[in-house]
Design a protein around this ligand. Structure first.
Ligand SMILES: C[S@@+](CC[C@H](N)C(=O)[O-])C[C@H]1O[C@@H](n2cnc3c(N)ncnc32)[C@H](O)[C@@H]1O
Length: 218
């Protein structure tokens, strides 16, 4: 599915979020608290926008790897930023040693993990003690008027936009994957189970976007 939507993924993101997704990625990258020379991993990187944001913070001298299991998505990322490292990898079985990154991030990818706990454990494993794990994700707002807007947007408009792209399945999958994903407190609990501490999160875009950060125990 991700290979098939790779060609118009960036355009759809901009249309669906009115371009705001860049701002959310900047905030997620800030929470990774990277410094020049650091190493960072962006899991389920897709077309690589969050990895590019991380790369700005580790320069000069640092390294960012964008990892994904869709070659179609990775091709787009490579075209966008050939100077970064783009590698095939399954988030549930990351091909990296323990403690090898200063931070690991995932943007709009965690809700696609078939096993969320395992994906978070893997991210925590590859981060060094004291390093950060950041999860940027869509969340379901609980209170009106945003909850009403969210239902109309996700259940009616997004699938309609998806139909225009010819990939209606992918864009009706999106709202259902958001609904299945835990609320911010539940995600924080899952991050704690993965061995992360000092977990906090910010809600933005009127409570539709949650950005969680946790630190690996020393
Ligand atoms: C909605 S896209 C998000 C892409 C990007 N991170 C962003 O912020 O736009 C979800 C991505 O997760 C990837 N993905 C889902 N499950 C994965 C897994 N188990 N291992 C690696 N990549 C995965 C898909 O291939 C897809 O590129």
């Amino acid at each position: 599915m991700f290979d098939r939507i790779a060609g118009f993924y960036d355009v759809m993101n901009s249309v669906m979020t009115a371009g705001l997704h860049h701002r959310w990625r900047e905030r997620a990258a800030d929470l990774a608290r990277l410094r020049p020379g650091d190493r960072a991993l962006d899991v389920a990187t897709g077309t690589g926008d969050l990895a590019v944001e991380l790369a700005r913070r580790v320069a000069p001298g640092g390294e960012v790897i964008g990892s994904d299991f869709s070659q179609g998505m990775l091709e787009r990322a490579r075209t966008k930023a050939p100077e970064l490292t783009w590698e095939w990898g399954n988030a549930l079985e990351l091909p990296y040693p323990d403690d090898s990154f200063d931070a690991a991030t995932v943007g709009f990818g965690a809700r696609n993990f078939s096993d969320l706990d395992r994906g978070l454990r893997e991210m925590a494993r590859v981060v060094r003690p004291g390093g950060r794990v950041v999860v940027l994700e869509i969340t379901t707002p609980q209170r009106p008027p945003l909850s009403t807007f969210f239902r109309v947007w996700f259940d009616r408009i997004v699938p309609l936009l998806g139909r225009l792209t010819g990939e209606s399945l992918a864009y009706s999958y999106l709202p259902s994957s958001v609904r299945r994903f835990p609320a911010p407190e539940g995600l924080a609990a899952a991050m704690e189970r993965a061995g992360l501490r000092d977990i906090r999160w910010i809600l933005t875009a009127g409570g539709i976007i949650a950005i969680h950060v946790g630190t690996k125990q020393g």
